[in-house]
Each structure stands twice: as C-alpha cells, then as structure tokens.
Design a protein around this ligand. Sequence first.
Ligand SMILES: [Zn+2]
Ligand SMILES: [Zn+2]
Length: 364
Amino acid sequence: MPIKTKAALLEAKNQPLTVKEISLNPPKDREVLVKVEMAGLCRSDLNAIVGHTRYDMPLVLGHEGAGTVVDIGPNVKSLKKGDRVVLSWAAFCGDCFFCNKGLTHQCHTVAWPRGKGLLPDWTTRFSDNGKEVFHFNGVSSFSEYTVVYETGCVPIGNDISFDVASVVGCSVVTGIGAVYNTANVPEGATSLVVGGGNVGLSIIQALKIKGAGVIIAVDPNKEKWHAIAEAGADIVLPEISMDEINKATGGFGVDYAFDGVATEETLNQSLAAVRRAGTVVMVGSPHPLAKYALSPIEFHLEKKIIGSLYGSSNPGRDIPRLLDFYRNGQLKLDGFTTASFSLDDINNAIKALEDSGGKYTITF
Ligand SMILES: [Zn+2]
Ligand SMILES: [Zn+2]
C-alpha cells in the first residue's frame, strides 16, 4: 500500500518548489523506506532548479540527508528497521562492469536510471494523483519519507547527530574523497585549493589529516577566509597568484591543485600553478556543454588533469571513515550549518543559498 508523504516538488524550471502531499509506494528489491529527519541543501539542487540538468519533472529535490529506516524491501542485507542512516546519491549495484573494477561511484546499473529520475529498476516510487513523480539523484530527501537503494543508505551510530549526518553525504564525501581516493595525496605534498565552500573546506581538512605540506587556498569572498584558515589553510588568497605560489613552493609550483570551481579560467590557472609532472584534480562540476581551451605544452611538461566524481567514493566504505575522523576530532563538522528551515519554508532556504551562500538544512 502506498503511504502519503509531504514533499517539495520542482514542477517547472526557475519556479519555486511546491510543497504538497504525494504518494510513495513501498520499497522493492534491495530498497528501503526512510523517514527523513534532516536534509541538506546543496548547489546541485539549485542547478536542477535553473535547468542545468535534464531531469523529467515533477521531481522531488534533495540529494543529501539523514533519517531512520522504517521499512525494508526484499533482499536487503545491510540494513534493518530502526537503523539511523546517512543518505548518499552514489548508490551502486555491486556487480556491473564498473563495480567489478572497484569503481562503484561510476556504477552503470544505478547511474543510468538515476540520471532519468528513476530508481535502479527504471521506475519511480513517488506519484501524484496517479502521475509519475521523479527521484532526484535517487535520494529525494526533501520529503518526509523517501525510498532509496540499499547501497545509498549508510548506517551510523547513535552518537552522530542528524545535524552532522545530514550534511556529510555530498560535499564532505566529495572533498575528502578527492584527497584520499582520487589523488591519494602523499604526506608532505603542497597543494592549492580553489574554492572555499563546503567541498573546499573538506579538501583542506583532509589534506591536514593526511599530513600534507603547505596549503594555499583561494576564494574571492573574504567572509569565508576565517573558516578557510580554521580548516587548516596556511595561505588564503582572493585569487590565484603565481607570485604567492612560487614564494611558497621555492619557485616550482604546487604538487596538487584541487579545482573546486572548474571554469576555463580556474582550470588553466590550476594547470599553471602545479609544478612539472604535478596534478590538477578537477573536483567542481562544469556545465555539461562547456568546452575549454588548454595549453598542451603543460601536458608535455607531464602535468596531469584528473577528474574526480564524488571523490571517487564508495559510501559504505568512506562515510564511516569520515565519521571516525569527526569522532577523533580531526574533522570539524559542528557549526557547519548556517541555518535550518522547515519543509514548508524551503523556498526561503533556497533563496538564502542563492543570495549569500552558506549551508542550509531542512528539518522535518
Ligand atoms: Zn551536492
Ligand atoms: Zn554497479
């Protein structure tokens, strides 16, 4: 039997979300029903609103959050009713071309339907008066209840608050994974971090935990500088400056540049900032149709640009690891959230993110 759930729907691009009661069918094979306790608002939700994604609508937005498992479908092995969980959009099947190579974040079985707003069996669980309602990133956390795939749902202990659990599933995993998984930065390496938002702050903290060398961070917004320095950056700049980078690295350039912005300008500047045979890690998500001009001589100098999707992370492996960093006091997540809003007030949370940045959550 379907249940009723109050959810925030994107019905047309560039429109406020509509908060209304819709229907949610029970979990199918390897799926779980989650009562959402708190959801994080993230930039990709805004990208969907302005139409940078090709999702069908109406669509229940929200792609990070935390809650409690209230029902499980057939063949669910890793979760039980009552488990407190972090939601992650990087669910995976565990047995496809990519999963068998250890690249669960590229899982073909889950990613293809996910991009169409569907769960891995190519159907939706949400509906509104018999009409299909689509799932954003397989999570749809802006709903009192949601149905998600088992591997996108990571059990956490009772000691982690929902305030913390609701904001780790996207930007924090992405930032830490870029350092730990994609680049696997060695001890002592010098780094440039472009962008001091939540991904950038997570990258800086991960570099510190890894025992990295000098960290130079760049963000034009001086209001963020205190948090950037607190996270562990040694030098904070308003823009990429080769003079400052050369001064801090003996004239050679940094070993790694993490580009969280990923525009043509920042990618070229990052490439110039790394030393010969150094590595640029592109962490930001570019516009899907963007084309950039890059100087090939940089590659002749053995510089590399490597992509990083979701920090090459596996939620079941990497979310418990970052929560352990938090428990040990190595990763600061308290005070991460600027403000929380109710679901009815979600359009004000979206406006606050658009107008002034920060991190906002929706409390149910
Ligand atoms: Zn996100
Ligand atoms: Zn797979």
